[in-house]
Design a protein around this ligand. Sequence first.
Ligand SMILES: NC(=O)c1ccc[n+]([C@@H]2O[C@H](COP(=O)([O-])OP(=O)(O)OC[C@H]3O[C@@H](n4cnc5c(N)ncnc54)[C@H](O)[C@@H]3O)[C@@H](O)[C@H]2O)c1
Length: 261
Amino acid sequence: MSDPFELGLRDKVAIVTGAGSRSGGIGNGRAAAVLLARAGASVLAVDTDLEAAEATVRMVSEAGGEAVAQVADVTSEDDCARMVAIALERWGRLDVLDNNVGIASRGSVLDETPESWEHILSVNVTSMALTAKHAIPAMSAGGGGAIVNVASIAALRPRGLTAYSTSKGAVIALTKAMAVDHGSDGIRVNCVAPGPVYTPMVQEMGLDEEEREARRTSSVLGLEGTGWDVGNAVVFLASERARWITGEMLVVDGGVTLRSP
Ligand SMILES: NC(=O)c1ccc[n+]([C@@H]2O[C@H](COP(=O)([O-])OP(=O)(O)OC[C@H]3O[C@@H](n4cnc5c(N)ncnc54)[C@H](O)[C@@H]3O)[C@@H](O)[C@H]2O)c1
């Protein structure tokens, strides 16, 4: 048994998707990348936006960790295969995959076109199956690993973001299905379901101060969540400290889902 006081991430290799943060803030992927590197993992910081991924790499370097930026679109199977190949080429192994990419939607099914619906599902769910398809053989070859998918409480408490809620519900089901499929290969698969954390994705939705305050006060703790809160949950589930946890969803929301809107 490994040291029960260590995260066990030293000398491990992690891929974090959506590891950039467009407007320079702290997105969930950026926070996870920095925290995984702080815990001793080498991190491939993947994003469609190279500059954003490079900014994350600079934060990792300033924190004394190791990371490399990589441009990839996780809706492309070729890109998913390539990012795994790059991690293997550079570090010779793959232990952790943080499937963090996700985009927002607003409205009901009445507002969606077949194309917009497909796009949300492709970016938010199909991408996670594609990254996992290429990461799992690499993890198995090294004796196992951990996948953490980022879902959302929007799957548990829908509120007018229907395509998004549907995609995140599928992420939870995908997590459980992959946990069953790959447990015998030593691969654990869990998901984090964040509540309303203030990240660049949320900034871009154009919240005013009043809406931002309403999000904060909707939590039992009365605190605004940040990307760091989500990143720390990802690190825990990826770490050796979660060695007996698989197929689970960890809600990280300051208690938002405990009370009525
Ligand atoms: N912010 C919240 O309140 C909140 C709540 C619940 C869940 N989440 C989930 O957390 C995750 C991260 O959200 P965030 O708020 O930090 O977002 P963000 O927009 O700040 O960061 C996401 C990053 O993903 C990148 N990206 C988008 N599409 C990509 C693609 N196809 N391939 C590669 N990279 C791509 C973007 O360039 C961006 O840098 C998402 O899955 C989101 O659904 C966020």
